[in-house]
Design a protein around this ligand. Structure first.
Ligand SMILES: Cc1cc2nc3c(=O)[nH]c(=O)nc-3n(C[C@H](O)[C@H](O)[C@H](O)COP(=O)(O)O)c2cc1C
Length: 197
């Protein structure tokens, strides 16, 4: 199989989506992909971030990870997105990054590439599905190829059973979650490999 290039793009305030993204990057690399793990830029004012101990600590923890740029998506054959649910949709930090992608979209550099997404929310049913279902139309506008996990592996059911994409309860990314993310990332790599073959 051709070696696909995968961009794992995430935003995280308190760490859950960071953990998911690390697991996805590890699984994609293990499945034979070349991987770029990237965090989207923080858009909240510095004093707001520093004003919350947990937020500031998480910012520090992921400071070594390069910030995502549109070029990362132009480079990649496949995208794995992860972002917290905020009032039922993806955190605005991710949306702000997505809104910088006009030029690469216009150049056709997002089209025909495999894409999948995951999310977390404070509650088990706190809107993760809404987050995923409002990200997917954006990917459709790009002409990307949606690669949801479906019920293609028992790990999906074991981790809560969301066929749209792994959905965590914030702060509770456990072994079952890791298995589901591993499956979702591996499936993305497999489909991307077929697309570029
Ligand atoms: C402004 C705001 C809105 C939120 N809205 C929701 C929500 O609609 N449902 C929910 O269950 N949790 C909600 N949360 C909790 C986040 O989903 C939770 O902090 C996030 O999943 C943690 O991910 P992270 O650890 O990667 O930052 C909200 C949090 C904030 C700050």
């Amino acid at each position: 199989m051709a070696q696909p290039k995968v961009a794992v793009i995430f935003y995280s305030t308190y760490g859950t989506n960071h953990q998911i993204a690390e697991a996805a990057a590890e699984a994609a690399a293990a499945a034979g992909a070349e991987v770029r793990l990237r965090r989207v830029a923080e858009t909240a004012p510095e004093e707001v971030v520093k004003g919350q101990e947990a937020w500031a600590a998480q910012a520090e923890k992921m400071a070594h990870i390069p910030e995502a740029t549109p070029e990362d998506l132009a480079w990649a054959d496949a995208f794995f997105f992860s972002a917290p649910t905020r009032f039922g949709v993806a955190a605005s930090q991710l949306r702000a990054f997505i809104d910088t992608l006009g030029p690469v979209w216009q150049q056709g550099k997002l089209a025909n590439k495999a894409v999948t997404a995951t999310s977390s929310a404070m509650n088990l049913h706190g809107g993760q599905e809404g987050t995923l279902l409002t990200l997917y139309p954006t990917f459709m506008h790009w002409g990307s190829i949606l690669v949801p996990p479906g019920f293609t592996d028992e790990s999906v059911t074991a981790a809560g059973g969301n066929p749209y994409g792994y959905s965590a309860k914030a702060g509770e990314f456990d072994d079952a979650g890791k298995a589901a993310v591993t499956h979702q990332a591996r499936r993305l790599v497999e489909v991307a490999g077929k697309l570029i073959a």
